[in-house]
Design a protein around this ligand. Structure first.
Ligand code: ADP
Length: 399
């Protein structure tokens, strides 16, 4: 039995899950928020363990102090006897560029590269690196492993990762598609192979990670061959607040009309577009579905979301030259029967039929297509923390 901590260090937050491996059971999970910022009245540290939930309002100057607090709570609450019981920490890192095509042990060189990739993910990579450094200092005896969001997509062929830009921008600046959500796509694909009882390297899969952030990946023989997010996660699908694919000429046009500077324009594209931009009501698919029948904008946002998903799936069926299964995951994919049904119905013409009883289920592994469908649709809840913990264990064994 080994305890492994999966962490996601954001610029002002630290999310964690402590797992017992290889049993893969969750011992504790939680989040520390508003690190380094001014507190409001709410609790900002929450820890769940043994069916209990503890939360309090505390000031944390930086990641280091929040980590010290967390480790102390683990021992105070007897979640561990000693924090040295935690043998490994797995860190989620957003951008790995072309340097990383798999998870690696966090050496000083690796951390330096993560920092050098900051321009690919300015909000995330510096915070991720800070988290790794702070945990390495606090837990020098634990192996520190880095799991990259982009790594799984490094198998894309150059035809798919390049843009139609002058080639030298790729060689000089790394201007290409990197994708994201790789850990989730990889996890649900490997679960799909187990469920379908077929080797992953014989399958054509399309994974639909539909959350507030959303992306779709075409997976051939276990390898990502194309994905909808791009140089950054702004590209591809219409998301809760992100624009997705858009004619780049519109960026300057709107900047001029609205008198926005670069930062304000990026804020529009990242935070004010997508479902909230079109519906003007909410970023949350649940709210839109509630008023779908009476509110044109809500209905339009839903239809555009579904259409864009279906277009990517269609394109990927072509790229894969067929498909064995499409897999729904993340907030919307796991919980929203109506959205799944609308998406699946777009493929009735290809012989996909919805199993209505199964599609009414939420958050559990289930086959969504009828047995006589031409390909399968599956619901597989994602589990990025587990995928991270598995990578830590694999690298511990190699070390
Ligand atoms: P992220 O990790 O990108 O923040 P999640 O995967 O947690 O996102 O998904 C969050 C989104 O899932 C919410 O914005 C909401 O729109 C959607 N969601 C959650 N439950 C439901 C539901 N029952 N019906 C429709 N959408 C849902």
């Amino acid at each position: 039995m080994t305890k492994i901590l999966s962490v996601n260090a954001g610029s002002s937050s630290l999310k964690f899950k402590l797992l017992e491996m290889p049993e893969e059971t969750v011992i504790s999970e939680g989040v520390i928020e508003r690190i380094g910022s001014i507190l409001d009245e709410d609790d900002n540290a929450t820890i769940k363990y043994n069916g209990k939930k503890y939360s309090e309002r505390l000031e944390f100057k930086n990641h280091e102090s929040s980590i010290q607090y967390l480790l102390k709570k683990f021992t105070d609450f007897k979640i561990v006897n000693d924090f040295n019981d935690i043998k490994g920490v797995g860190h989620r890192v957003v951008a790995g560029g072309e340097w990383f095509n798999k998870s690696v042990v966090a050496t000083p060189e690796v951390i330096e590269k993560i920092e050098r990739l900051a321009s690919y993910a300015p909000l995330h990579n510096p915070a991720n690196a800070q988290g790794i450094k702070a945990f390495s200092k606090a837990m020098p005896n634990a192996i520190q492993v880095v799991v990259f969001d982009t790594a799984f997509h490094q198998t894309m062929p150059e035809e798919n990762y390049l843009y139609g830009l002058p080639y030298e921008y790729y060689t000089k600046y790394g201007a290409r598609k990197y994708g994201a959500h790789g850990t989730s796509h990889r996890y649900v694909a490997s679960r799909a192979a187990e469920i379908l009882n077929k080797p992953l390297d014989e399958l054509k899969l399309i994974t639909l990670h539909l959350g507030a952030g959303a992306s779709i990946t075409a997976i051939k023989n276990g390898k990502s061959i194309d994905t909808s997010m791009g140089f950054t996660p702004i590209a591809g699908l219409i998301m809760a607040t992100r624009v997705g694919d858009v004619d780049v000429s519109l960026v300057d046009y709107i900047k001029e009309k609205e008198e926005l500077d670069d930062e304000q324009m990026m804020n529009v594209l990242n935070n004010k577009s997508g479902l909230i931009g079109i519906s003007t009501i909410s970023t949350d698919m649940r709210d839109l579905l509630e008023v779908e029948q009476t509110n044109h904008h809500a209905k339009l946002a839903i239809n555009m979301f579904v259409d864009r998903v279906a277009k990517y799936v269609s394109q990927y069926i072509m790229e894969l030259e067929g498909v064995d299964a499409i897999i729904f995951t993340a907030g919307i994919g796991e919980n929203s029967s109506p959205i799944r049904e609308k998406i699946m119905n777009k493929f009735n013409y290809l012989g996909l039929k919805v199993d209505k009883e199964n599609n009414a289920k939420r958050g559990e592994e289930v086959q969504l297509s009828t047995d006589d469908s031409s390909f399968k649709a599956l619901l597989i809840p994602t589990n990025e923390e587990l995928a991270i913990a598995r990578d830590v264990v694999n690298l511990m064994e190699k070390d």
